[in-house]
Design a protein around this ligand. Structure first.
Ligand SMILES: O=P(O)(O)OC[C@@]1(O)O[C@H](CO)[C@@H](O)[C@@H]1O
Length: 391
């Protein structure tokens, strides 16, 4: 057995753990927010009540008639507490249940008026209309005075730190009255393979970017892609988004449309170029079903593996993608990133702010310094970030 498969799979069983707080606090808070944001009918309120009860006190149940979900191993966990099954799995299951409760998946069209209505859309739109999004646009003027290499690094870091405060994270932070990561500037990089990433890009044909959140994360992601296309660092980019709403603010195709329209409406040349790149295929969108699956990428299906294998480099954005990439396990932090990603069929970079327990690839002195300064808080506070690359 290796260090990578020996590490325990993370669950929410320990009441003092981060996953426990997500399941016990973040999910009920999210149900309340969604309920308040829409004039749902009695059927949806009943379903949300049932979900709230199940999520906090209940056990995993089969999702009747949901063949898609059956494919992800629900049978294995039926009857077990949400807190005991793998955290990666129970969170995904929660989001699938939430979408069922609000009627997102509908039924026959004539009886499914809420089909396709994204329950997180009001929060995503509020973010795109807010001060942080305005600041992102204003910062573009400041970029113009920099060299190309400086612009590229600034855009990479903008994309990285855009991941700092996804809406789920903010929800819990608001409850904690602790706003360390909200609206704060960039914090510390605990690993920085930025140079390795640039070396992979010159002349590279296709960049595959697995997006994370909509709004103030997706906008800088798109600005980075625009820059790499414009300056010939890549010929083509493929942006993987979610096929349906997920983890509160995860980007779907509708969110890409909103972000590009936002950039275009602000009169930026970036918006116009992205629009053209989508039109001529230099920027393509992809929404693979596995993106909303509750499993690590090590278990990805063959067609997705082939897509990653065909890319010259894959960039995984965000905390959840990191958990899925390296495996949602309590590794010793110095476990090499290259070992946990050895299965991945091509060069793979992770751009992630630290918002959950999983971490690999730290230098021993970095880990020692973080622990001495903060105990284990650095793992989940969202104030640290990393750029890790496996060539
Ligand atoms: O993937 P993202 O948007 O960077 O982060 C998602 C997140 O907020 O949700 C999970 C807990 O619910 C954690 O992995 C992480 O903190």
């Amino acid at each position: 057995m290796s260090e990578t498969t020996d590490a325990p799979v993370i669950t929410g069983a320990d009441p003092a753990s981060f996953p426990h707080s997500v399941l016990a606090d973040r999910h009920p808070a999210l149900i309340r927010r969604v309920r308040d944001a829409f004039p749902y009918g009695p059927e949806q309120h009943r379903a949300l009540d049932a979900l709230l009860k199940s999520a906090v006190e209940g056990t995993v149940e089969a999702l009747d008639g949901d063949a898609w979900w059956d494919a992800w191993g629900v049978a294995e966990y039926v009857g077990r507490s949400w807190f005991e099954v793998p955290f990666l799995w129970s969170e995904s299951y929660f989001y699938r249940r939430l979408l069922h409760a609000v009627g997102y998946f509908g039924g026959p069209p004539w009886s499914a008026p809420w089909q396709g209505v994204d329950p997180f859309r009001p929060f995503k739109l509020a973010e795109l209309g807010g001060p942080e999004a305005r600041e992102e646009i204003a910062a573009l003027d400041r970029l113009a005075g920099l060299t190309e290499a400086e612009q590229r690094t600034a855009l990479l870091h903008g994309s990285l730190w855009g991941n700092r405060a996804d809406l789920g994270f903010r929800l819990q932070r608001a409850g904690d009255h602790d706003d360390d990561a909200d609206g704060a500037g960039a914090g510390e990089l605990v690993a920085d393979d930025g140079d390795v990433l640039w070396r992979l890009l010159p002349g590279a044909g296709t960049l595959l970017l697995v997006a994370d959140n909509a709004g103030c994360e997706l906008v800088p992601d798109l600005l980075l892609v625009d820059h790499l296309l414009r300056h010939g660092h890549v010929e083509r980019a493929v942006l993987h988004v979610k096929p349906y709403p997920y983890y509160v603010s995860d980007a779907t195709t509708a969110d890409v449309v909103d972000a590009v329209r936002h950039l275009a409406a602000a009169g930026t040349e970036h918006g116009r170029r992205l629009w053209s790149a989508l039109a001529d295929g230099r920027l393509a969108l992809r929404a693979h079903p596995f993106s909303c699956g509750p499993l690590p990428y090590a278990e990805m299906p063959d067609d997705l593996r082939a897509e990653f294998a065909a890319a010259d480099v894959t960039v995984m954005k965000g905390d959840l993608n990191y958990r899925r990439l390296v495996g949602d396990r309590m590794y010793p932090p110095t476990t090499p990133y290259r070992d946990t990603t050895a299965y991945f069929p091509g060069p793979v970079a992770a751009l992630r702010t630290l918002k959950s327990d999983v971490i690999t690839g730290l230098a021993p002195d970095t880990e020692a310094r973080l622990v001495a300064a903060e105990g284990q808080r650095w793992r989940t506070s969202g104030t640290h970030a990393l750029i890790q690359v496996r060539t």
